[in-house]
Design a protein around this ligand. Structure first.
Ligand code: UDX
Length: 437
């Protein structure tokens, strides 16, 4: 199959290279010249484990190319994927669809022969209908289908999530020609019996939002349980294990922490809330989830302040981890973006280290001193807070860290360490939802 991917961001780039790896001829198109130039040199614009090797291999084998000019790529394609951003619109939280519609119009102007237009970007219910309408308005003669195929990949595990998904969701492929194209695209997944959910287009669009909202709610649920655990002297990790072994609940996404962040959950939950309000069927559980998660980030800053005795004025707080989760350099809606300014406002000096996200963080956080490594970061600090559970923070030399800290206070917002052990080592240790912390 000849595949064109419009948008070489996280979703577009990972999906593009994985489709190439499935054996298809893929062209990734992006308007950003710098990004395309980087990709052509074999350099990745994002940090994602394994991506550079997979790109290099597929480029070498002639199945993957990058361009800023969509014309040929769209003309020759069997399937054109729209994988552009759908950021939150300033002011009202609705998904901004201007990039999606611009891509649809470009496709309309260029496509030749039967073309399947696939929306991979996360788009609100009804967007596929609008894409179809806009294409028809420009090209009433066009022979095409608009299919919804949301992507569920997680940053940091994106390649594996694409190649070994729990399921693939396809909406609006009623035309047998469209269905054949989709089946061909995902042939390797058919062969390993991945469930492929063929459904109506609007249903498919909603599945994506429902999945993300449910997961955000699940995290928020365990975060509230953690707060309760702290009050009643219970252990949230045991609660998570105890409920997670029930197959109806499931063990995943029950790690209590500083609140969810990232490029999807915050934006998609708000967009779902707005859509639901618009249709007069408010999703109050998700409205509450959003509010609780926002409050939680502020509460995390208070927790750090309390750990150093209630006043951070003039104190140095070391931050280990800034990205919203490990194995990514992505800072979008990272809890650090709320926690760091709140601490600064209370008078703290912040010194931070993150293995991948410091360059990005430097644009978003002012007045932060960036360290060269974890030990450099904690040196002389009044407390250290762990914000992201990078593997390298799980294996710190705690003796060395204790010697370097001015006062041995550790606020572990990701429950990386064991409370008993930390206390034995002489730390004042605060974590999330565990007895005595
Ligand atoms: C998410 C969805 O998982 C993915 O299916 C969708 O396509 C995009 O959004 P991603 O944002 O990459 O993926 O990260 P994810 O691993 O889901 O984590 C999101 C946030 O939730 C992070 O801030 C993470 O720290 C937090 N989280 C996750 C928890 O606090 N506890 C958990 O148990 C799991």
């Amino acid at each position: 199959m000849r595949v064109t991917m419009i948008g070489a961001g996280y979703v577009g780039l990972v999906s593009g290279v994985c489709f190439a790896d499935f054996g298809h001829d893929v062209t990734c198109v992006d308007k950003d010249e710098r990004k395309i130039a980087l990709l052509r040199e074999g350099k990745m614009p994002i940090y994602e484990p394994g991506l550079d090797e997979l790109v290099a291999q597929n480029v070498r084998e002639g199945r993957l190319s990058f361009t800023t000019d969509a014309s040929d790529a769209i003309r020759n394609a069997d399937a054109v994927f729209i994988a552009v951003g759908t950021p939150s619109r300033r002011g009202d939280g609705h998904a901004d669809l201007s990039y999606v519609f611009a891509a649809a119009e470009e496709i309309a102007d260029l496509m030749q022969g039967y073309t399947v237009v696939v929306t991979k970007s996360t788009v609100p219910v009804g967007t596929g209908d609008e894409v179809e309408k806009r294409i028809l308005a420009r090209r009433p003669d066009a022979d095409f289908a608009v299919v919804s195929n949301p992507e569920f990949l997680r940053e940091g595990a994106a390649i594996n999530d694409f190649k070994r998904p729990d399921r693939v969701v396809v909406g609006g492929a009623e035309d047998p020609r469209a269905r054949k194209v989709v089946e061909e695209l995902y042939r390797p997944l058919y062969l390993n019996e991945t469930p492929i959910v063929f459904t109506e287009r609007r249903t498919s669009e909603l599945i994506k939002y429902a999945a993300n909202a449910f997961l955000a709610m699940k995290i928020t649920f365990i975060n509230e349980m953690a707060d309760l655990c702290e009050k009643v002297g219970a252990d949230v990790q045991q609660v998570a294990r105890g409920i997670g072994l029930d197959n109806r609940i499931g063990a995943k996404f029950l790690n209590a922490g500083p609140g969810y962040g990232g490029s999807c959950f915050p934006k998609d939950t708000i967009a779902l809330v707005r859509t639901a309000q618009e249709y007069g069927a408010p999703v109050r559980l998700i409205e509450t989830t959003v509010a609780i998660n926002d409050d939680r980030k502020a509460a995390m800053a208070d927790r750090i302040i309390a750990a150093v005795g209630g006043d951070v004025k003039g104190k140095t707080i070391a931050m280990l981890g800034l990205a919203f989760k490990p194995n990514t350099d992505d800072m979008r809606d990272a809890p650090a973006l709320d926690i760091v300014p709140a601490l600064q406002k209370a008078g703290a000096k912040i010194r931070a280290f993150d293995p991948e996200s410091m360059e990005e963080a430097a644009h978003l956080l002012k007045g932060v001193e960036f360290a060269t490594g974890p030990y450099d970061c904690v040196k002389g600090a009044d407390a250290v807070a762990i914000l992201t559970e990078w593997d390298q923070f799980r294996a710190l030399d705690l003796k060395r860290m204790k010697e370097l800290l001015k006062t041995p206070v550790v606020v572990d917002l990701r429950n990386v360490y064991k409370p008993g052990e930390m206390r034995e080592r002489g730390f004042t240790y605060v974590s999330i939802g565990r007895p005595g912390t």
